[in-house]
Design a protein around this ligand. Structure first.
Ligand code: SAH
Ligand code: MG
Length: 216
């Protein structure tokens, strides 16, 4: 059951969904069966439109898992370069393998380590940053990757509504209290950021889109 999107609406939207290719279809099926938290179908649909409009040449992804979203971004926009960071050894190795199998090796650079350390060592700039890792650290991911964002860059943060828990204590599981408190602080922070226009959307597990304001 989804708290964020009505179940009937969600299953209707999911019926309209088409996988981009057989490789991604299988990777999604395997991930969903195993419970690897890859982007949901409706989030993927939204991202495909956003990427088609924004046409990012370089994307920084924080949180690779098994490589699904990174491979999806790279196969959607020709010539896009994705740099993706993952700190879990097992996930990192699986992502490597999947990237190889997908034929996207030339378009994806997978880096292993804690994103907070890796970001500090990067010196290239990106048109889009996709934050999809430890939910308690979104504010530091955002602040630390900001210097890598191009002037007209967009930051997308996934899972910001965290099964509805961010929106209401009615859904809160006690042991998630600290993470949820931090996520609320993050959403307040980006919603009031003087340099960005931010929208929090009830798609998938909740996504926030932050675009740099147009200067006068
Ligand atoms: N973007 C993927 C899903 C990522 S799931 C997709 O949609 O296909 C989140 C991943 O972030 C997990 O694999 C977890 O190990 C990783 N992660 C969590 N905290 C991290 C950190 N501080 N640095 C790098 N990776 C992190
Ligand atoms: Mg996610």
């Amino acid at each position: 059951m989804s708290i964020i999107v009505n179940d009937l609406v969600e299953s209707y939207i999911n019926e309209l969904y088409n996988s981009r290719n057989d490789f991604l279809r299988k990777l999604r099926d395997d991930a969903e069966e195993e419970g690897v938290p890859i982007i949901t179908k409706d989030t993927e649909g939204f991202m495909s439109v956003l990427l088609t409009i924004h046409k990012p040449k370089k994307i920084l992804e924080i949180g690779t898992a098994i490589g699904y979203s990174g491979i999806f971004f790279a196969s959607l926009i020709p010539k896009t370069q994705v740099v993706s960071i993952e700190m879990d050894d097992n996930m990192y190795l699986r992502a490597r393998e999947n990237i190889k199998k997908s034929g996207m090796t030339d378009h994806i650079t997978d880096l292993k380590g804690d994103a907070r350390n890796i970001i500090a060592d990067l010196d290239e700039t990106f048109d889009m940053i996709f934050i999809d890792a430890a939910k308690g650290h979104y504010t530091s991911f955002f602040k630390e990757s900001l210097r890598l964002l191009k002037p007209e860059g967009v930051i997308v943060s996934d899972n910001v509504l965290y099964r509805g828990m961010t929106a209401s204590n009615a859904f809160l599981i006690k042991r998630k209290r600290t993470i949820v408190k931090r996520m609320r602080e993050y959403l307040a922070y980006i919603s009031n950021h003087p340099e960005f226009e931010t929208a929090v959307l009830s798609i998938g597990d909740g996504i926030a889109v932050s675009a740099r304001k147009v200067e006068e």
